[in-house]
Design a protein around this ligand. Structure first.
Ligand SMILES: Cc1ncc(C[n+]2csc(CCOP(=O)(O)OP(=O)(O)O)c2C)c(N)n1
Ligand SMILES: [Mg+2]
Length: 517
């Protein structure tokens, strides 16, 4: 058995069953080994940023890593922005980067590059395999590293001669480390602060936004009067009817400051202390209110749900969680706007949907419009690197083929990784993509004013305008095998969304709306 097959058999034995790939010559033995190891499903992506974003979506929903197979430094670099988002999401993800044969590197062939430097910016763990006989053990350790709580990007660099060396054997799966328990003193200290110390806010993040943690946090809120907030860009937020509702901390610093205003105690449960997304002249970077004491109940790698349950038992022994009541908006009429589209989505969102939200400014009304819809998962742009939504949806659908996936996608962001639609079609993934076609980098028009940049003229505005020429997303989708339609009124959008959700397989709806509507 060669190194590549031993690596692949090791991955299959360690619970890795998906390989998202955009391979090259140095990965050919890994590609060939996929025929020998039927337990690992190969999925082709036409751009590395699609493969890495899909691996992120898969890891968030499956709770175990997909492998993503990349071609040397340039292939890794093409995938880096969505690896950054995965890194910020703390997604378990295994990047396998093929490299030149060990003896070939000193010849400085054209694709020679500093893979370690690129990998280091997004990976919590990096290893270069140097011997065919060790590659399988490296792979087993990489899977365990990817799954080290709460999850991270682990990168294995695999030289081609390590892959093709004979005499390798699969390695056994490496035992996993559970999340760290939170000491009783920490829980007692937080309980005391919440009981007697003035208004409290519990800021939830990571696994703190999954149902068991939300129910425990809700009990604490009921008993102590503490307010619950979610981090601004959660990796995976379970919400909807029957689940305690938690509003997200706003993106705009002044709105976030208003949400946190008056808090004397800020309890962090899987979230970091809040900071402004960007700096603005004359504005503060930290959003923690003056005089507010910050308590770290549970870090991302801790047993967040366990800590919240222990806190609830101590501070809220008799309290029950407050589930969100079911509520559906009626279907709106008239020309389509962002608000109207949100109302339609709230009215039609299917039970157990997975929503991949990169709607940006067109999605401002979505959280309120969907809060009382049947239970669903909401996945967001964790690292602010746009071009994530369509790949993320592919990965979520590959992880959960029985669940409907809704990709809510702004037009500018969609174009970065539009070729994800081809993977949606090829794998016949049950994804409904809504493109919010506002023909603009709308948020940057707002930021141009907010940053205090000098009054913008034609040149500046032209860099934020997508109307010349207008993009036809129906043509783009159909060109890649995804059936598509275009909606300009709310009833058209409702009819098209209902049909797309009812039919299996991928669909795309181009929702034409004015910016900030
Ligand atoms: C990788 C990356 N490149 C550039 C940016 C800067 N950026 C932030 S928002 C944005 C435009 C967003 O436009 P669109 O997706 O159409 O959303 P809209 O603002 O219109 O709602 C850009 C270019 C970014 N965040 N990430
Ligand atoms: Mg736009």
């Amino acid at each position: 058995m060669n190194g590549a097959e031993a690596v692949l058999r090791t991955l299959a034995g360690s619970g890795v069953s998906l390989c998202l790939a955009n391979p090259g010559t140095s990965e050919m033995h890994m590609v060939a080994a996929l025929d020998e190891v039927p337990g690992v499903r190969p999925v082709l992506c036409l751009f590395e940023g699609v493969a890495t974003g899909a691996a992120d979506g898969y890891g968030r929903m499956a709770g175990r890593p997909a492998a993503v197979l990349l071609h040397l430094g340039p292939g890794l670099a093409n995938g880096l922005a969505n690896l950054h988002n995965a890194h910020r999401a703390r997604t378990p993800l295994l990047a396998i980067v093929g490299d030149h044969a060990t003896y070939h590197k000193r010849f400085d062939a054209p694709l020679e590059s500093d893979i370690e430097a690129l990998a280091g910016t997004v990976s919590g763990w990096v290893r270069r395999s140097t011997l065919g006989a060790d590659a399988a053990a490296d792979a087993a350790e990489a899977v365990a590293a990817a799954l080290a709580p709460p999850g991270q990007v682990a990168t294995v660099i695999l030289p081609s001669n390590v892959s093709w060396s004979p005499g390798a054997e699969p390695a056994a799966a490496v035992p996993l480390r559970p999340p760290s328990p939170v000491p009783g003193e920490v829980i007692a200290e937080v309980a005391a602060a919440l009981r007697g110390g003035g208004p409290g806010v519990i800021l939830l993040g990571g696994a703190g936004l999954r149902r068991p943690a939300l129910e425990a946090a809700s009990r604490v809120a009921q008993a102590t009067g503490a307010r619950l907030l979610a981090e601004t860009f959660p990796a995976r937020h379970e919400r909807g009817a029957g689940i305690p509702h938690v509003e997200r901390l706003a993106y705009l610093a002044e709105m976030a400051a208003a949400q946190l205003d008056g808090a004397r105690h800020l309890i962090l449960a899987g979230a970091r202390d809040p900071v402004s997304f960007f700096a603005y002249p004359g504005k503060l970077s930290s959003l923690t209110p003056d005089g507010c004491q910050v308590h770290s109940l549970a870090g991302p790698g801790d047993d967040i749900a366990g800590a919240l349950a222990a806190l609830a038992d101590l501070a809220a022994p008799g309290a029950s969680p407050a589930p969100r009541q079911p509520e559906r908006a009626g279907l709106p009429d008239g020309d389509l706007t962002g608000q109207g589209a949100a109302a339609v989505i709230g009215a039609l969102l299917p039970e157990h949907a997975i929503v991949c939200d990169e709607a940006n400014t067109s999605g401002l009304a979505l959280p309120a419009a969907t809060a009382g819809a049947p239970p669903h998962d909401w996945l967001t742009l964790t690292g602010g690197a746009i071009g994530q939504g369509l790949p993320l949806a592919a990965g979520a659908a590959l992880a959960c083929p029985e669940r409907p996936v809704l990709a809510l996608e702004a037009d500018g962001s969609a174009m970065y990784t539009i070729s994800a639609l081809w993977t949606h079609a090829r794998e016949q993934l049950d994804i409904t993509t809504v493109i919010f076609s506002n023909r603009s980098y709308a948020i940057l028009n707002m930021e141009l004013d907010r940053t205090g940049a000098p009054a913008a003229g034609q040149s500046a505005r032209s860099l934020l305008d997508l109307s010349r020429p207008g993009l036809s997303f129906t043509a783009l989708a159909e060109g890649m095998g995804v059936p598509a339609s275009r909606a300009e009124t709310a009833p058209e959008f409702a009819a098209q969304l209902a049909r797309a959700l009812a039919e299996p397989g991928p669909h795309l709806i181009e929702a034409v709306i004015p910016p900030f509507s």
